[in-house]
Design a protein around this ligand. Structure first.
Ligand code: RAM
Length: 360
């Protein structure tokens, strides 16, 4: 099977991407696949020198989806700690809302400041690309982590876990709890988030399997990674679908707000809730019976790995090409995979048996 795309279609797609970027947002159908974006165009032409020492005094800036999201406080804390370890200087800057274009002005400022690397969790795969391209043209290395940009907007994507695995296992977790039957909804983050949209696509694919024929996905709601909006959206879901069997919320902000709503309502324990959350935010809801099981990776490890990837790029150890290797401190050795992707590892499933073993 040929993978060549006729040039006219390529030009059309590029034009569409520009148009979308100009509008400051990416619609669902334009969203790049979190782990199947086209081959990275950003890998530098300079050859990698795996034996180059990590440079001292590297300035690494973390640009999360939003700074008031506790998940990113942990992730960026891990990244800043890593920078300290290798003799660099890490900092976190970013918007207080996760809207599509909210990160652009921060990228421009970081470029003017001549940071050595920008580590970004993209609120929109395309809206940030023109600014990131300018940063790269100024010699700044760009690492996406958590939520990818389009491939030409970064050198490397540090992915928390296989997107396919996450999407499918979340459906499996909920299906088991509702006996493979009933109406379900997804409470997502923002409509443009690369990571959530990719996971939701895999959820939909998983739901096509015959064992889930009695499960109906009635709605994908968006809480915008805003606590209050996520709370209200949960309320709306229960009002619109009084016979709802369960909710998957693949966002730490969404699942915490949904759990708070459910735990105080007659639906507690009846409407099942799963998704991605931090053990510290959800411990009490596991103990009071609102949540049976949910999953996540260690956010601090994600930030830590992204920080080392940024340092390896800025020191010339790697360029972002497949097969290059680098060391990530206490996490050990990593290899750059296809499409410039570095994979952190497998997520953990938390339930009442193991939740007290985790503190993040
Ligand atoms: C929220 C954000 C983040 C996502 C986690 C699971 O904090 O949307 O991007 O990875 O949830």
């Amino acid at each position: 099977m040929s993978t060549r795309i006729p040039w006219r279609r390529t030009a059309l797609l590029a034009g569409l991407a520009l148009l979308t970027a100009a509008c400051g947002g990416t619609t669902k159908s334009d969203v790049a696949q979190q782990s199947s974006a086209p081959a990275t165009a950003a890998a530098s032409s300079a050859a990698a020198n795996p034996n180059a020492p990590l440079k001292q005094g590297l300035k690494i800036a973390f640009l999360p989806k939003a700074v008031n999201n506790p998940y990113f406080t942990i992730a960026d804390g891990g990244g800043i700690a890593a920078a300290k370890e290798f003799g660099g200087e890490g900092k976190e800057v970013g918007p207080s809302d996760a809207s599509a274009s909210s990160q652009v002005s921060y990228i421009n400022t970081l470029t003017q400041q001549k940071q050595d690397a920008i580590v970004i969790s993209a609120n929109d795969p395309n809206a940030v690309v023109p600014a990131l391209k300018q940063a790269m043209a100024a010699g700044i290395k760009v690492v996406s982590y958590d939520s990818d940009t389009a491939a030409d907007g970064r050198h490397i994507f540090v992915n928390q876990a296989s997107a396919e695995d996450l999407g499918r296992t979340e459906v499996q977790l909920l299906a088991e709890q509702i006996g493979n039957k009933g109406k379900i909804a997804v409470l997502s983050a923002t409509p443009n988030a690369t990571n959530q949209n990719t996971w939701i696509d895999f959820m939909k694919d998983e739901l096509k399997k015959p064992e889930y024929k009695d499960i109906e996905l009635v709605k994908v709601a968006y809480g915008n990674d805003d606590d209050q909006k996520s709370f209200t959206e949960t309320q709306g879901l229960l009002r619109s679908y009084p016979d709802l069997a369960g909710i998957i919320s693949p966002t730490t902000v969404g699942i915490a707000a949904a759990a708070r709503y459910l735990s105080d309502s007659p639906s507690k324990g009846k409407v099942k809730l799963t998704g991605l959350g931090t053990p510290n935010q959800l411990r009490k809801f596991v103990k009071d019976g609102t949540i049976e099981a949910f999953e996540l990776w260690n956010p601090a490890d994600l930030g830590y790995l992204a920080s080392y990837a940024a340092a390896a790029l800025a020191s010339g150890q790697i360029t972002g090409a497949e097969g290059e290797k680098f060391k990530a401190g206490k996490l050990g050795d990593y290899t750059v995979g296809a499409k410039g992707e570095v994979l952190l590892g497998k997520p953990t499933v938390f339930n009442k048996e193991n939740i007290d073993d985790f503190d993040f």
